[in-house]
Design a protein around this ligand. Structure first.
Ligand code: NAD
Length: 468
């Protein structure tokens, strides 16, 4: 039976309390940091299909210790106030952990996006944007939404465009949301960012032999067996990069309508195309209705990348994965976390593992404020410098560098190169800091508590510097 600590909000708050105890946070500051500052609930009507349809939307602001506040907007029938507040709290801790200069926020619209035509969704999204704009819940300086479950570049482009219409004199209006298409002020590498961040997080984890030893995992990502839940934006990119670039083997994919199993490795692109064409995994080679058995498959790494509360007290004992990386927010409940920890499963927690999204959103926001793409000024200068160095070396040794090498060596960094480099740096530093904290203090039970402690220390420093 689930208890209160096993609701999504309960899990986040209980983790916070445990970490706050270890940090030794005083009661007043603990209360201030933990509590959600505000949640706006809006009900608005849109004329559709000959009638008036009323929608419910949320935007929670968890903490304004840094502004703007930041966090995605999800389109889901299951969204409610508790879920949005839990997600907003996670955003506060996530931003603090990866040093993105934002407070935490999150939003949702209670809607099944597949039930509406694109032109209808556009009207609904624009109307929702107007409601948010009225209360400064979308604004480059105060509150910057981003994509989440059920939303993507298209919705962000509609929101940015609507905000621009409402604020024609605002010079920085593109910075009002992130995750936009490149043609509408977006940044290269944002669509893939969260999945790419999961890949970088795992690569860094595999550079920490002590952590692998804890989980009983042999070194090297090559040939590691992976099970992924949810082949949407985050899950697809993580699975694709890990199988294509690190030669890991994705043996199972779980989706809404069942799962796919292939011991020799699933063709992720093929399955992704099948899902887009058919609306699910049914009919694909290796299809099974029995998703629970795929979640319980022998594997080295599990990547829950769908939604919260999927690994609970009811199924945690069945899970055999040695490492679970929480690509989704809140996939493991508090009690399930304890069960997995007892059998030495290494859990790489959501507030670090999926921070790639907000990290590249941060880069996009900076790009929008500076009105110039990264690499624009320095790329050719870097190339010329390398050409000069190569020419000098060639002259000194009396040999020419082969042409294929030459092009690679002199190539200056593009925007995508710089985004990936920045993301890699954030994910490496983030893992190294939480692993060091966990390994150096026997009171800290896991990486999740260590990550939360670092976040709390940074937020409380920020309040202290204000004299609070
Ligand atoms: P998405 O809508 O693109 O993909 C979600 C996928 O999960 C879909 O393929 C959907 O069919 C599948 N799914 C839904 N319910 C399922 C179920 N019960 N069982 C199995 N599969 C199911 O969403 P996304 O943007 O990839 O987000 C996924 C998770 O990652 C969410 O928890 C989100 O909060 C988190 N996240 C996303 C981002 C981002 O940049 N998009 C950033 C940080 C965290």
């Amino acid at each position: 039976m689930s208890t209160n600590v096993d609701t999504f909000l309960g899990s986040v708050e209980t983790t916070f309390d445990q970490a706050a105890d270890l940090v030794g946070l005083n009661d007043e500051l603990r209360h201030k940091i933990k509590i959600c500052n505000s949640t706006y609930v809006v009900r608005f009507g849109v004329r559709l299909r000959g009638g008036l349809v009323t929608f419910t939307g949320y935007r929670s602001v968890h903490s304004e210790h840094r502004e703007p506040v930041k966090g995605g907007i999800r389109y889901s029938l299951h969204a409610d106030q508790d879920e949005v507040e839990a997600l907003a709290a996670l955003m506060t801790y996530k931003c603090a952990l990866v040093e993105a200069p934002f407070g935490g926020s999150k939003g949702a619209l209670v809607i099944d996006p597949t039930a509406w035509e694109p032109h209808e969704l556009e009207r609904i999204t624009r109307r929702f944007t107007q409601e948010l704009a009225k209360r400064h819940l979308i604004s480059p300086a105060q509150n910057v939404p981003a994509p989440d479950m059920g939303t993507g570049e298209r919705e962000m482009a509609w929101m940015a465009d609507e905000y621009k219409r409402l604020n024609p004199n605002e010079l920085n209006s593109w910075a009002c949301v992130t995750g936009k298409p490149v043609s509408k002020g977006g940044i290269r590498g944002r669509v893939e960012a969260t999945g790419r961040g999961v890949q970088y997080a795992l690569r860094e984890c595999f550079r920490h032999p002590k952590d692998l030893e804890f989980a009983g995992v042999t070194p090297g990502l090559k040939d590691k067996r992976i099970v992924v839940q949810g082949l949407g934006n985050v899950g697809y990119h993580a699975a694709q990069f890990l199988s294509q670039e690190d030669e890991a083997i994705v043996v199972g994919v779980i989706e809404r309508d069942g799962a796919v199993v292939d011991e020799s490795g699933i063709d992720i692109d093929g399955l992704h195309m099948h899902i887009h064409k058919n609306g699910g995994v049914k009919g694909y080679k290796g299809y099974t209705e029995d998703s629970a058995s795929v979640l319980a498959m022998e594997c080295d790494i599990m990547i829950p990348a769908a939604l919260e509360g999927v690994i609970t007290v009811d199924n945690a004992n069945d899970i055999k994965a040695k490492i679970i990386i929480e690509a989704a927010n809140g996939p493991i409940t508090f009690t399930a976390n304890q069960i997995l920890l007892d059998r030495k499963c290494l859990i790489i927690p959501d507030l670090y593992a999926n921070a790639g999204g907000v990290t590249v959103s941060y880069f996009e926001w900076v790009k929008n404020l500076s009105h110039i793409r990264f690499g624009r000024l320095g790329r050719r200068q870097a190339e010329n410098q390398m050409i000069n160095i190569l020419s000098a070396v060639e002259e000194l040794v009396g040999k020419k560098v082969p042409e294929g090498w030459r092009d690679k060596i002199i190539e200056g960094p593009t925007e995508l190169d710089l985004v990936r480099s920045g993301l890699d740096d954030v994910m490496r530093e983030g893992y190294a800091s939480i692993s060091a904290k966990w390994n150096n203090d026997s009171r800290i039970p896991d990486l999740r508590t260590a990550a939360m402690m670092i976040a709390i220390e940074r937020i409380s420093d920020s309040y202290s510097s204000l004299g609070i």
